[in-house]
Write a protein that binds this ligand. Structure first.
Ligand SMILES: NC(=O)c1ccc[n+]([C@@H]2O[C@H](COP(=O)([O-])OP(=O)(O)OC[C@H]3O[C@@H](n4cnc5c(N)ncnc54)[C@H](O)[C@@H]3O)[C@@H](O)[C@H]2O)c1
Length: 389
């Protein structure tokens, strides 16, 4: 028998995953949930979903769907909601997949508490949490993990990760914000955010750090131990940046393997959008789609770098609609994220981006922002250890 999944959050990003989760061969039953009823109807009324969807599995709240007898929930709601919703899902006996990041709220201490709570809940319940970090399944990240496993980097010396996403770039962050606020959950956030501002707690781009931190961390299989970070403050009185102390933040980390990592999270930057990492070792290095040694530079295509999907999964996804079909979506990552979660639930194993791994990506950003708020003071970075075997 296959697994049963509930898709919670069928907004812009969640909608682009529904097709793939429904197509995965391990999935027998799909439930749909959103507080905005028309977002559920879009899929509930689609003939394509009918063989795995039953009308009784249409839900209008997380509370309701947590009562259902499902194996797992896929939570793709607004970023400030993820952590409490994932804890609720785990407490209701379900494995959980979360869109990135673990949570995005202005108070770094609160984020640390949520990481702690998620780790504790996974340990106590034995259930799995998976973070849907797209960078983890970019072709170059898969390639670099293979090179690392083969020892081809030698000793890791240095890595860089950067997420350049200017507020007015082609994926316009003002429009994204307006869309996320234009729902019941969005309207509630407007009031909650005011509370943080009244207490003088301001966020920064390092509270959405996983696209830049995950590459170096997962390739080197190391975690941060110290950080120093500085921020750039917006100087044009742009109201988009009002809830944030900084519009750009740049951090330098000492890692557990002795390597140094530089991370940039920029939201006000004269560059096209880019999400990249580079890793440098004593024997080999990876940068800009090429494997390098001290004598050679070998350019590589995405096809040469990515791992294969199991043939039956690839075939099921290839029949899909263009946007979400195999190798579509954020550097081809969507198909791998969906497969990894479904396979982990079906085989009762830890997913690759489990809570212990995910916490490492998130905490780098939290501690970097704290350092920037203290004018670059060097801070220790906590760690929750490796996932249990
Ligand atoms: N590359 C990436 O990894 C990437 C890219 C884009 C978005 N994202 C993440 O995806 C998430 C969703 O973004 P979006 O643009 O789709 O937002 P959105 O506002 O379009 O969709 C969120 C949906 O969640 C629903 N929701 C909220 N609370 C709910 C509840 N309690 N029960 C049921 N439904 C609920 C809302 O009604 C809304 O429809 C964000 O957290 C974002 O960080 C990640």
């Amino acid at each position: 028998m296959g697994i049963s999944l509930g898709l919670v959050g069928l907004g812009s990003f969640g909608s682009s995953f529904a097709d793939l989760f429904k197509r995965h061969p391990a999935v027998d039953r799909i439930a749909l949930c959103d507080r905005e009823p028309e977002r559920v109807r879009k899929f509930a009324d689609d003939p394509f979903f009918q063989d795995k969807f039953d009308e009784k599995d249409a839900y209008s709240s997380l509370d309701e769907i947590c009562e259902a007898d499902l194996d797992a929930l896929v939570i793709i709601t607004q970023p400030w909601l993820h952590a409490p919703q994932c804890v609720q899902a785990l407490e209701s006996g379900k494995h959980v997949y979360s869109a990135v990041p673990i949570t995005n709220i202005p108070d770094g201490d609160e984020i640390l508490d949520w990481c702690d709570k998620l780790v504790e809940t996974c340990k106590r319940t034995g259930l799995s949490y998976m973070l849907g970090e797209t960078t983890y399944y970019h072709a170059d990240t898969m390639f670099c993990r293979r090179k690392a496993a083969e020892g081809e980097f030698g000793d890791f010396v240095y890595a860089e990760g950067e997420y350049f996403h200017d507020v007015d770039s082609s994926c316009n962050l003002r429009e994204v914000k307006a869309r996320r606020l234009a729902s019941k959950a969005g309207q509630e956030w407007i009031e909650l955010e005011k509370g943080y501002l009244e207490r003088g707690i301001k966020s920064g781009p390092m509270h959405y750090p996983t696209h830049s931190t995950s590459g170096p961390v997962c390739v080197m299989n190391a975690h941060a131990v110290k950080v120093t970070c500085y921020g750039h403050r917006n100087t044009t009185n742009d109201e988009y940046f009002d809830p944030a102390e900084f519009s750009d933040e740049t951090a330098l980390f000492l890692m557990s393997n002795g390597a140094t990592v530089r991370i940039c999270e920029y939201r006000e930057i004269g560059l096209p959008g880019s999400e990249t990492f580079r890793v440098f070792g004593t024997k080999g290095s990876y940068r800009e789609h090429a494997w390098c040694t001290n004598k050679s530079r070998t350019p590589l295509t995405a096809e040469e770098m990515r791992d294969p999907l199991p043939p039956e999964v690839e075939e099921a996804f290839r029949e899909g609609k263009t946007e979400s079909a195999a190798y579509g979506g954020h550097g081809g990552s969507h198909a791998y994220l969906v497969h990894e979660f479904c396979d982990a639930v079906a085989n009762e194993r830890q997913p690759a981006i489990n809570i212990w791994e995910a916490a490492r990506y998130m905490i780098m950003g939290v501690m970097a922002h704290k350092s920037a708020l203290r004018d670059g003071e060097t801070l220790d970075v906590p760690d929750w250890g490796d996932a249990p075997e």
